[in-house]
Design a protein around this ligand. Structure first.
Ligand SMILES: [Zn+2]
Length: 297
């Protein structure tokens, strides 16, 4: 094995899989409480699996601040800062000002997670639209791309993004699970698409298998959405059933299969797309780590 950094014994041998090319996990909820006790080992296993950069999802003010904190300590981590549609009812002027400040931080590479979720409606649709609209405005202000969540709200999300499309830089609809018409609506707006292990789910991910090759490689990115959405096709059971970034190669392998290309090609393409989309610097150690003194401005 060429692995310089070994997996530890938490992942069963059968699940230890190293991607043939470096990967970027564009959606990792590493501020989730389930990662609090062993984040260092989780990151070590990600490295061993050749997952070399991770975007830590910030779903509200508190988690965005934690994501930024993590990104300051680990050069391979980057953060997003947004308010999830579930929490949209809490949107107000103070929160908007706080988010604007977070978006100015160099560790923050995208505005989000934000968007619309009419599946669960933990906040009312009107509250969700208000919070999303405000965050579209914040994305225009800071010039950073959007990390968007959508569930059962494709039509409305498309309308809102179309209205803002000329003003925002870029947007990725993460964890895409909708149908072909919705996908093509997003692609027509020149949006990016994030795919998770949903496609590995034989009960509800079937329809994605025929759709994936409709996504141009320069619009496709991959993510775990861990600790959620543990892929259902893994060859061994995982204690605690917590999904983690080291399992991303299993998802990439599955997507490549249905896309009809080599895993290496998909890995290289999605990584290039992600690095360009989030404007990650070529080096795994960004300038901000090497020159911390210049951050204070
Ligand atoms: Zn989401």
């Amino acid at each position: 094995m060429a692995d310089t950094e070994p997996f530890d014994d938490v992942l069963p041998k059968a699940l230890q899989r190293r991607s043939p090319a470096p990967l970027v996990d564009i959606g990792a909820n590493l501020t989730h409480a389930s990662f609090a006790h062993d984040l260092e080992s989780v990151l070590n296993r990600a490295r061993a699996a050749n997952v070399t950069a991770l975007i830590v999802t910030g779903t509200d003010r508190e988690h965005a601040e934690q994501a930024i904190e993590l990104a300051r300590r680990h050069p391979e981590l980057h953060a997003t800062a947004g308010v999830h549609p579930h929490d949209a009812s809490g949107w107000n002027a103070d929160l908007e000002a706080a988010m604007r400040e977070l978006h100015r931080q160099p560790e923050v590479v995208a505005v989000g997670e934000c968007g619309l979720d009419f599946n669960r409606n933990f906040s009312t649709p009107a509250e969700q639209e208000r919070a999303f609209e405000a965050q579209l405005g914040l994305a225009v202000e800071c010039g950073k791309p959007l990390f968007v969540h959508e569930r059962d709200a494709g039509r409305r999300l498309h309308e809102m993004l179309r209205a803002w499309r000329d003003d925002i830089s870029d947007a990725v609809v993460h964890c895409f699970t909708a149908d072909r018409a919705t996908l093509h609506g997003y692609l027509d707006l020149d949006l990016h698409i994030g795919l998770t292990g949903w496609i590995c789910d034989e009960r509800r991910g079937h329809h994605l298998r025929d759709l994936v090759s409709d996504i141009p490689l320069n619009r496709l990115m991959v993510e775990t959405d861990c600790p959620y959405l543990l892929p259902r096709h893994l060859p061994a059971k995982l204690k605690g059933r917590r999904h983690e970034p080291a399992l991303l190669p299993w998802i990439v392998q599955e997507i490549a299969h249905w896309y009809g290309i080599e895993e290496t090609e998909l890995a290289q393409a999605t990584t290039a797309t992600a690095r360009a989309f989030f404007r990650l610097t070529g080096n795994v150690v960004p300038d901000r780590i090497r020159h911390p003194a210049q951050e204070e401005e």
